[in-house]
Every structure is written in C-alpha cells, then in structure tokens.
Ligand binder design. Structure first.
Ligand code: DC
Length: 227
C-alpha cells in the first residue's frame, strides 16, 4: 500500500491539507484525532474523569469506535452513533489530550488504524502515525506552524462554526495540548527520523497541499528508481 503519514501539533492544518491531498491523489483520508475525540466524548458523557486512568481503562472494552465514509466525508461512529457534530469543542479537545496518554485507549485505536492502512492507500494524520502506527509508510511528513499562526487559524475555524472564543485562550489551550502530547510516555508527538519537515506558517492551503503531493511524488520516484 502507498501510505502517507502526517503528524504534527494541534492546529497545524493537518486535516484540512490531508483531506484535499487525499482527494487529489485518490487516497482515503483517515483522521485519527477524530477517533480519540470520540473516545473522549464517551468519557465526558459518562462522567468519567480524564485523570482517572483506572476508570478510563475499565470503560474501554465497552466502547466501540469505527469509521465510515458518507459522501466522501469521514464519519466517526461511537457505539454506532455518528458523533461528528459533537467532537470539535474545546472541552472535548482538552479531554482528548488527557485520555490519549493511556495505554488502554491507544492500543484499542492502534489496531483499527493499522487495519485500515493494510487494505487501502491512506493519508492518515495524527501524532504518532509515522513513529508508531505506520512506521513503514512510504511518505512521512511532520507538518507544523508557529503557535500564534495555529491559534489564529483555530480561532477563524471556530468563529466560522458560530462558536465564540477568545484567541488568547485558544493559544494557551494549544500550547497546553502540545506540551501534554509531546511529553507523554506512550507514543509522544515527535518528528520521525525519516519524516520531511513542512512548516505551513507562511503557506496558503493550496501551497501546503502541493508541497505534500510533491513530497509524496518525490518519494515515489525514489522508490521507482531503486526498483
Ligand atoms: O488532531 P486532533 O486535534 O483532532 O487531536 C486531538 C487529540 O488527540 C490530540 O491532542 C492528541 C490526540 N491524538 C493522539 O494522541 N494520537 C493521534 N494519532 C491523534 C490524536
């Protein structure tokens, strides 16, 4: 399979860019953050604290996460309910960062993610795709942008969704999430040794998409030249 792994911090534009690149290349786009978010939603709804690892782990076997595609859009199903509309709040974002450090949560989603990439060409985005989920991915990209640029983009996105928010607060939340995601023990966010670094701070969406496709094509060319 020709898999593309895209990792990077919150708000770097991974999902926007990966979604468009997937369409252009005819790949399936897999947003792994959405799966962690659906798990977090379950814990919020069931009054389970994100700091209670024992309770989170005990609940994991009763949670079913799957994804399907409706009109080309990824839909995350939490125990068969489409939860796409509920997983993008700041409350869910913070809970997701809390619970994604636990082994029980990660191992559950790792299997689902790997099996998706086994049978299809995927562009998968997340935090540990190049380092853990798909270490043999043909193309690995570490997509980042400055914290202030990421906060600006997230603010615009939330405002467009009709959610009022404070940009300073968003910047602090992003920094807190990065800190937690980069410093956890299991599968921390870091650039894989063989990943290409792409800084999208001063790139438009189209330019970043072109850069991703070029990195993929160059990699594919190198593979062809070797074979
Ligand atoms: O990409 P996102 O903002 O939707 O991710 C939400 C959280 O999920 C993020 O703070 C860390 C976690 N996550 C993870 O630990 N591993 C992944 N592969 C994807 C997301």
């Amino acid at each position: 399979m020709h898999n593309i792994a895209i990792d990077g911090p919150a708000g770097a534009g991974k999902s926007t860019i990966a979604k468009i690149a997937a369409k252009k290349l005819g790949f399936i786009y897999v947003d792994t953050g959405a799966m962690y978010r659906a798990m977090a939603l379950y814990f919020i709804r069931n009054g389970i604290s994100g700091s209670d690892e024992a309770a989170v782990s005990a609940a994991c076997p009763g949670i079913d996460i799957s994804i399907e595609y409706q009109g080309g859009e990824q839909v995350v199903l939490l125990n068969n309910e489409n939860v796409n509309a509920f997983i993008r709040t700041e409350e869910v974002s913070m809970m997701t960062s809390d619970i994604s450090k636990y082994a029980a949560v990660r191992s559950k989603l790792l299997d689902i993610q790997r099996s998706l990439a086994r049978t299809k060409d995927v562009i998968m985005d997340g935090r540990d795709i190049g380092t853990c989920v798909l270490p043999d991915a043909r193309t690995k990209i570490y997509l980042t942008a400055s914290t202030s640029e990421r906060a600006k983009r997230r603010h615009k996105e939330q405002t467009e969704r009709g959610i009022s928010c404070d940009i300073g607060q968003i910047e602090r939340d992003i920094a807190a999430r990065d800190e937690q995601d980069m410093n956890r023990e299991i599968a921390p966010l870091r650039q894989a040794e063989d990943a290409v670094l792409l800084d999208s701070s001063s790139l438009s969406i189209d330019e970043a998409v072109d850069a991703v496709i070029n990195i993929y094509k160059k990699g594919a060319m190198a593979v062809n030249e070797r074979s």
